[in-house]
Design a protein around this ligand. Structure first.
Ligand code: ADP
Ligand code: MG
Length: 371
């Protein structure tokens, strides 16, 4: 089922007595979620992710704009008639019911002609329990389950009525690191198997990048960029998106372009054709550095003070500083085999043009260059 958000806006009255301006939690959302796609809504806390999800499921009514499921305008449809499955961060299971009763609950609530027979309800509950691999746990109560198991029950309960759309609001946040990884892979498998169009909300960029077909990066109610995770990583439209994606994070420097040459501090590091003289932020991904030979006499070197080298197995992480760096340290990830001894006080890097992004120092928007 395709989902279309059309100029969707939600404002709340200000909670702050001193600030009377409304909060625009979702500001003019205008994009389409393809049928069968898993879309990751990504952004920092308070940027409007849950509000967007609640608009899609109908728990909130938009201030303006429309929502379509396929060709149906569902904007005025109450949530119970939208055919959405919902999973929240806290599993919200009924504590006094068994796993099986929890999963059956949505089916038992169906009135009229659509109500299944008892046997069909049970068969359906068993089917989704099998899908999320909790068949063995059907007679337990939520208190007798781990967090990961509880979240699986919540997912099964959301799937039991075969929703048209599955909406997940930070579903993995309450799980410990290992379970989070495992459950996220499970979720991806379940989504692939069921082909249900899914909106996955998270503030964790790594989670969003790894699970999503498409990510929507948000800030303060505004969609900053929509694209495949790799595309957005490889070509961020502004400094915020560049900084939000990637671990370790992108290195940011103050720089300037003079005569189509990019300077970071006094170091001329790259020829940037087509860019007029201006001040810029320079973002360089950790994998965008190559260590120069210590005796190299090159013009295009970023000269940094070496702090330390962290061994990470196949790669090493070179931690250094530079006067023009925005953050305290610069992190360069380089191949362990190309790493010489690090006794020097200084390191010189050349930079890979595809891993270097320029942003206008005032608007923070991307400035493109030719190599
Ligand atoms: P997220 O899920 O990304 O953390 P939310 O969608 O919960 O963000 O909130 C977005 C903004 O809207 C925040 O500034 C929040 O304080 C505000 N907000 C959310 N719900 C309400 C509400 N019911 N009343 C007033 N303001 C709200
Ligand atoms: Mg939220």
């Amino acid at each position: 089922m395709k989902v279309v958000l059309q100029n969707l806006t939600k404002t709340f009255p200000s909670r702050n007595k001193k600030v009377h301006a409304d909060v625009v939690a979702v500001n003019n959302f205008d994009f389409e979620i393809a049928d069968g796609e898993l879309i990751g809504l990504l952004g920092p806390s308070g940027c409007g992710k849950s509000t967007a999800l609640n608009l899609i499921c109908g728990l909130l009514a938009p201030t303006s704009g429309k929502i379509f499921f396929g060709d149906d305008d569902v904007t005025a449809l109450p949530p119970e008639n939208r055919g959405v499955g919902l999973v929240f961060q806290n599993y919200a299971l009924y504590p006094h019911l068994t796993v099986q009763q929890n999963i059956l609950f949505p089916l038992q609530n169906v009135k009229g002609a659509d109500r299944l027979s008892k046997a069909d309800m049970l068969a359906r509950a068993r089917e989704v329990a099998g899908l999320v691999q909790i068949d063995e746990l059907m007679e337990r109560r939520p208190s007798e389950l781990s967090g990961g198991q509880q979240q699986r029950v919540a997912i099964a309960r959301a799937l039991v009525k075969t929703p048209r759309i599955l909406l997940l609001d930070e579903p993995l946040s309450n799980l410990d690191a290992r379970l989070r990884l495992q459950t996220r892979e499970e979720l991806r498998r379940i989504q692939r198997e069921t082909q249900i169009t899914t909106v996955f909300v998270t503030h964790d960029q790594e989670e969003a990048m790894s699970i999503s077909d498409t990510i929507v990066v948000m800030r303060s109610g505004v969609v900053e960029q929509v694209g495949k995770p790799q595309e957005v990583y490889d070509s961020p439209v502004n400094l915020f998106v560049a900084k939000f994606l990637g671990t370790p994070p992108i290195n940011v420097f103050k720089g300037k372009v003079i005569g189509e040459t990019l300077f970071i501090g006094d170091d001329a590091v790259l020829t940037v054709k087509g860019v007029t003289n201006r001040e810029v932020y320079v973002g360089i991904r950790p994998e965008g550095f190559t260590l120069a030979d210590s005796d190299a006499v090159s013009d295009n070197l970023l000269r940094c003070k070496l702090n330390r080298v962290e061994v990470m197995g196949r790669d090493v992480s070179v931690v250094s500083t530079h006067a023009a760096s925005e953050s305290e340290t610069i992190r360069a990830i380089i191949d362990a085999e190309s790493a010489p001894s690090f006794n020097a006080a200084e390191v010189g890097f050349t930079v890979k043009p595809a891993k270097v992004f320029l942003f206008d120092s005032r608007t923070e928007k991307r400035v493109f260059f030719e190599v």
